[in-house]
Design a protein around this ligand. Structure first.
Ligand SMILES: *Cc1c(COP(=O)(O)O)cnc(C)c1O
Length: 435
């Protein structure tokens, strides 16, 4: 039997995966966690034929659906490569791999969760004869991954809000390209205005006829797919009796929580390294310098997709693990921008590898961890975005031409679909009610 899901805040009924995915947040404001984690036999991931096949096997333990139903949908979602690249023998030492999660359509790891969540949601909604409008405020990666992942789903459309003039050129190109069922709104305001508008829309009585929904990383439907690539790595570098280490560039801690779920499913993990930028609540918490939930305010950095003062998945991680388990399993560090740039340069000089700023925060964490603990077991560091998404930082730091990639260049000629709106609820309401 697949697990049932209950709220981190303890109130309310246990629900199925389907309901947890469609609700997003539990009615008491908590996050959904499983009442038991399915235990997988190692053969399952050691001998999986492909990443998508592994996905079908694993998901069928979590979701009340047959492999036959899941197969087309999972294969359609997970249709890009996940190269595991050895980093060579730079100053990090041997046994360091980079797992490139950025070969999906919008070039960040968020494609994995967004694409699979979209297809599962479409399956459930179609069966129920219902529809949803996904409302998402974005300052970067999430918006394009969600827009792209959900585009073309018959039962779902997407409205995304971004601050006009407040995102990079590359990001804007990815946000405004015309997609089936997606409307992009350039809000004449800040990211906070966008987020505020979304919150207002959800509780606006005049919008009660619009079935709004969200798709952020508090949704178990986005999180669970991410645990698959940890298991997939287990296949490639498995066989280490006492486990390997994973390094996770972190913001909302969704990716790290997904790793913990994989470990609970039976993957041999020795330790997770939580690599944060100057937004340092979680490393401070792990070092006992901050109490649980004593969040900081958000600081802007060069690894902007990790600029999160109050990580939304902390509550889930805390409830899943409990304080004692944190100590053996998790290690964390906060890396300032200057050091991130030095790491981009050092890795490039030593190995020729071009890392995006988020990935570089991770590689710096690996260096610090190995220095501090002397632990030199194999470590897999997650590469969360393509360096071409951050051409300015990378080219300035390395003194090379800005990295490019065909998928981004091709967007230059594409038709766009974007509308400017004033930062007020009436303007957003008008868009949403016009269908
Ligand atoms: C979202 C994001 C992160 C942070 O992931 P969380 O799940 O929020 O911890 C890291 N790197 C990139 C490139 C991202 O887009």
């Amino acid at each position: 039997m697949p697990p049932r899901f209950y709220s981190t805040r303890g109130a309310g009924e246990k629900v199925s995966f389907e309901d947890a995915l469609l609700y997003g947040l539990a009615p008491d404001g908590g996050l959904y966690i499983p009442d038991a984690v399915p235990r997988l036999e190692p053969a399952l991931w050691r001998y999986a034929e492909s990443f998508a096949d592994l996905g079908v096997e694993v998901l069928s333990r979590w979701v009340d659906e047959s492999p036959k139903t899941l197969t087309p949908l999972v294969h359609d979602a997970l249709n890009f490569p996940l190269p595991l690249v050895p980093l060579g023998n730079g100053s990090l030492g041997g046994g360091v791999w980079v797992l490139e999660l950025f070969h999906g359509p919008t070039l960040s790891f968020k494609d994995v969760g967004a694409r699979l969540m979209a297809r599962l949601m479409q399956l459930f909604l179609e069966r129920r004869g219902e529809t949803r409008t996904i409302l998402v405020a974005t300052s970067g990666d999430t918006g394009s991954a969600v827009a792209d992942g959900f585009a073309g789903m018959d039962s779902i459309d997407v409205v995304l809000l971004y601050p006009q003039g407040g995102v990079s050129d590359v990001q804007e190109r990815q946000l405004v390209v015309r997609r089936d069922g997606v409307r992009a709104l350039a809000v004449e305001g800040t990211f906070d205005d966008c987020q505020h508008l979304v919150k207002e829309a959800f509780v606006d009585p005049k919008l009660s006829s619009v079935p709004l929904s969200s798709a952020n990383s508090i949704n178990i439907g986005r999180l669970l797919p991410q645990s698959l690539y940890y298991l997939w790595v287990g296949r490639e570098v498995g066989g280490y009796e006492d486990g390997i280490d994973f390094c996770v560039p972190s913001g909302n801690l969704g990716n790290l929580t997904a790793g913990v779920l994989a470990q609970r499913m039976g993957l041999g993990v020795h330790r997770f390294l939580a690599a944060h930028n100057a937004n340092d609540f979680f490393p401070r918490y792990l070092d006992k310098l901050a109490d649980a939930y004593a969040f900081g305010s958000t600081v802007a950095t060069v690894s902007n997709a990790m600029d999160v003062g109050a990580p939304s998945n902390f509550e889930r991680l805390y409830t899943l693990l409990g304080r004692e388990t944190f100590e053996g399993l998790l290690w964390g560090v906060s890396v300032p921008d200057e050091v991130t740039k030095e790491r981009i340069k050092r890795v490039y000089d030593e190995t020729g590898y071009v890392a995006c700023p988020h990935t570089a925060v991770g590689l710096e964490a690996v260096a610090r961890y190995r220095e501090e603990t002397g632990d030199v077991r194999p470590v897999v560091s997650l590469a969360t975005a393509h360096p071409a998404k951050f051409p300015e930082v990378v080219s300035e730091t390395l003194n090379i031409a800005p990295p490019t990639v065909e998928a981004l260049e091709a967007l230059r000629g594409c038709e766009t679909n974007v509308q400017s709106i004033a930062p007020d609820l009436a303007a957003l309401r008008e868009v949403l009610l016009s269908g």
